[in-house]
Structure formats: structure tokens, C-alpha cells
Write a protein of this length. Structure first.
Length: 228
């Protein structure tokens, strides 16, 4: 391969489609079939993150920027990084998810977003769900059946779901029912979730056993506690 061709190939963000967004599939005795490249789906997911307030290209919520302050936070960082490394091995197993819990300012959102970004780099489609914003919007449109089904389906069916700040704020039965519908579907279909919450697994179990039991059976738990 000439140096010019090598340089051209290296300049593409996606070598599979050469940044066209389409891949040509050869067909016998027919014109090639153009199919959408997976990179288009990844870009779509990244744009959804951006609309939720996280620019995946510029965010500082990375493993490299996570500040360790004690052994517990170091263990949480190591466990989170290991989850990314081992994801292909665990993704179809029962314990294929991760829960990061702790008080405000403990770094749980930082690590959960870092996991999501790492998986996105592996071309794994991670959908970001800022819990309070999403639940509020769903309830505001609860009578719009099409909106409800489309929104819930997005979170039920995605490759990996990141729920940020689960059960943040005032919670009622409607909140729990919506969350249960999403988590129960993913639990039954072995679809991974990344969860951050101020609730420990014990507190979740006391709060709502239906949601918590499914999370408990699926996750590796990381507890973070900020010591002033």
C-alpha cells in the first residue's frame, strides 16, 4: 500500500465505511446492497448524550480524570475499569451490570459516565438516561401512548443502558412503575445496565423490592463514600 493510501485510510474515523455512513454488501449477479454502517448508530447515540448535557468528545468524566482519595474510591475505579475490559465476557451472563452508589459528590456519576464513554469507544451503543429528567418528561406525556411506548422502548431495548442518579428526588408509585418496566425487561432479557444512585443496595431493597432484587441479581456493586 502506498504511503498516500495509508495516510488516506488513517484519516477516516471509520475504516469500515470510510466515513460515508454506508457499507456495500456484495450480491451475486446483482448490484451491491448499501446498508447503514454501525458508526451512524454510534454517532446518533453520542448526539443523544449531547442533548442530555454530556458532550462525549469533551467531557472530563474519564477514568484518567477521576481523583482517587482512599482505598474505597480506588477499588471503585479499578472495578469500573475492569468492567469495561471484561464486558464482552460478562455481557450475556446473569451478573452483567454494575451499580455505583454513594452520597452526593462521591464520584458515582463520574465513574458511570466513564464506563459509558469507554464502551462507546468499543462501538457498544450505550444510551444515557438522566433519571429525574427522563421520568419527569415521561409522566408529563403519560397520556400520549405513542410517546410513552417509543420512549420506554428506547430504554428497554438498547444495547447498554446507563441510568444516572436512580431515584433522585421525590419518588412516587408512578416513578417506581416506570423504572420497574424498564429494568424488569432488561433483567429478563439479560441486557446490561450501568446504574448510579445515592441509594445503597440495602436501601433499594427496603424501598422497592421488585426493582432492587433485579438490580441486585445483575450487578457488581461499588460503594463510594466521600470523607471530608
Amino acid at each position: 500500500m502506498s504511503s498516500e493510501k495509508k495516510l488516506k485510510k488513517a484519516s477516516y474515523k471509520c475504516e469500515k465505511c470510510c466515513d460515508t455512513g454506508w457499507v456495500l454488501i456484495p450480491q451475486e449477479n446483482r448490484q451491491p446492497l448499501a446498508v447503514s454502517c454501525e458508526c451512524r448508530e454510534i454517532e446518533k447515540v453520542k448526539n443523544e448524550w449531547k442533548h442530555s448535557g454530556i458532550n462525549v468528545e469533551m467531557t472530563k468524566h474519564t477514568f484518567a480524570n477521576f481523583k482517587v482519595w482512599n482505598r474505597v474510591s480506588q477499588r471503585a475505579k479499578d472495578t469500573s475499569a475492569a468492567y469495561c475490559t471484561d464486558f464482552d465476557e460478562v455481557r450475556n451472563s446473569r451478573r452483567n451490570s454494575i451499580l455505583l452508589c454513594g452520597q452526593v459528590g462521591s464520584g458515582k456519576t463520574h465513574l458511570s459516565v466513564a464506563i459509558g464513554l469507554n464502551l462507546l469507544k468499543q462501538k457498544i451503543k450505550v444510551v444515557y438516561m438522566p433519571y429525574r429528567n427522563v421520568i419527569t418528561k415521561i409522566k408529563q406525556n403519560i397520556l400520549d401512548q405513542e410517546y410513552y411506548v417509543n420512549t420506554i422502548s428506547k430504554y428497554k431495548l438498547c444495547e447498554v443502558l446507563l441510568i444516572d442518579d436512580l431515584f433522585k428526588g421525590k419518588i412516587n408509585e408512578s416513578d417506581i412503575n416506570i423504572v420497574f418496566e424498564i429494568i424488569n425487561y432488561r433483567y429478563l432479557n439479560f441486557l446490561p445496565i450501568i446504574v448510579s444512585s445515592e441509594f445503597s443496595i440495602e436501601r433499594l431493597l427496603n424501598f422497592d423490592e421488585g426493582v432492587a432484587s433485579r438490580i441486585y441479581e445483575s450487578v457488581t456493586c461499588c460503594y463510594l463514600k466521600r470523607i471530608a
